[in-house]
Design a protein around this ligand. Sequence first.
Ligand SMILES: Cc1cc2nc3c(=O)[nH]c(=O)nc-3n(C[C@H](O)[C@H](O)[C@H](O)COP(=O)(O)OP(=O)(O)OC[C@H]3O[C@@H](n4cnc5c(N)ncnc54)[C@H](O)[C@@H]3O)c2cc1C
Length: 423
Amino acid sequence: MSELPDTPNAPAAGTDHAALAVIGSGPAGVSAVRAYLDAGGPGPVVMLTSDSDLPYERPPLSKEVLAGHAPAEGQPIQGKGLPDGVELRRDTTVTDVDLQAHTLQAGGDRLGFDRLIVAAGASPHPLPTAEPDAEIHLLRSLDHAQRLVTSAQHARSAVVIGSGFIGCEAAASLARRGIQTTLVSTEEAPQLKRLGRQAAEKITQWLVGLGVEVRTGVRVSGVQAPRTVHLDDGITLSPDLVLAAVGVTPGGGLLEGTEVMVHEGRVVADEFLLAVPGVWVAGDTARAHHGLAGRPLPVEHWGDALAMGEIAGFNAAQDAQGHDDGARAWETIPGFWSTIGEHTIKHSAWGDGFESVEWVERTGGFTAWYGDAEGRLVGMLTYNADDDYERGQALLEAGATVTEAAAGDRPESDGDGAGEAAE
Ligand SMILES: Cc1cc2nc3c(=O)[nH]c(=O)nc-3n(C[C@H](O)[C@H](O)[C@H](O)COP(=O)(O)OP(=O)(O)OC[C@H]3O[C@@H](n4cnc5c(N)ncnc54)[C@H](O)[C@@H]3O)c2cc1C
């Protein structure tokens, strides 16, 4: 566990009633308490987290930290600690929420609250086919990353299971350490479903270029203790290190059985991120209605968790101060950047699929424009093509077509700023 400077001027620990309780100390929870206090929300504010560490940035953990280019320490979220006036309860898992009584249970302690923000993120799936005592790393927390780095320091070979972003980034980072790394995946190519064939081929080239052996279209049929990985094509691998990156379970299950609606582990909310009066949700745990997309969007991205937390915190503060008409809606376009070795790709999309891909080669880079069945732009992926990336944000906001995007058009200004955003 690493230590960051502790929160100064926090209220005395142990209060049994909070004006605002926040579950989770990831980006959504942290930006929520910052926005809540900035907007004049009353205290006390209590943040409860299962994490042992002070809030930290997750994105470097699968990149610089795992590659050995940065220390395995927590970097404060956006470079700063929690604001004064937040009581952070670490190693504190909320096990029950009673929305009638406005209380939550964490270990032996019960906390009453006036308002609640749920920012419980997601936790990685264990590998279902592994023996219980098999040595398989997961990667979500700083603690996970520190264990993984310790193993990597002594490993000559590694198997990474799963070709999502965490799997691809981690495989690249392990290979950059000089570890002989194999990526195995049920997908036909890394990120094929999410990004399409051309992008999957590029990612494969980058991984192979770093020395990663990419074994796709295979399933792990079992892992015997300590680290014997059986693939369903008959191959057996016995690496020094195994990492499973096979997806996550959102943390909304905690609210099952309450007045809040939970869909596939996510808390359902309106565009103001309100689940029921007095309860907001933000980040990976949310299934909120998106103001621009006009439909619920589950997103699992760092920047969106920050943005949603800010909205939830601001809206909770407005509510606490009786400002009924001041709530902000969630309208930012979801997206993330991912770095595989030295290649950073930038993705913006509604995130619920595409029907067509228009691929445009750029000097030293590329852009993929994704369309729906009617040819409307639903997403884009850029590599070394920042002009397209900036233009694409505005095109998505403006509801442009893939043809317009690929032709290099800029969106028409409709007077509400969507056009100007591209300039
Ligand atoms: C290694 C790694 C690299 C990543 N890189 C990128 C990237 O480059 N770009 C990108 O866009 N996204 C990236 N992501 C995804 C991004 O980190 C998540 O989308 C983001 O952290 C979600 O924020 P959150 O606040 O919703 O949840 P989390 O960050 O998961 O935080 C949830 C918090 O809730 C706590 N918690 C959960 N349940 C309970 C409970 N019952 N009681 C108390 N506390 C609880 C947890 O301990 C944690 O503190 C990465 C993720 C990982 C793991």
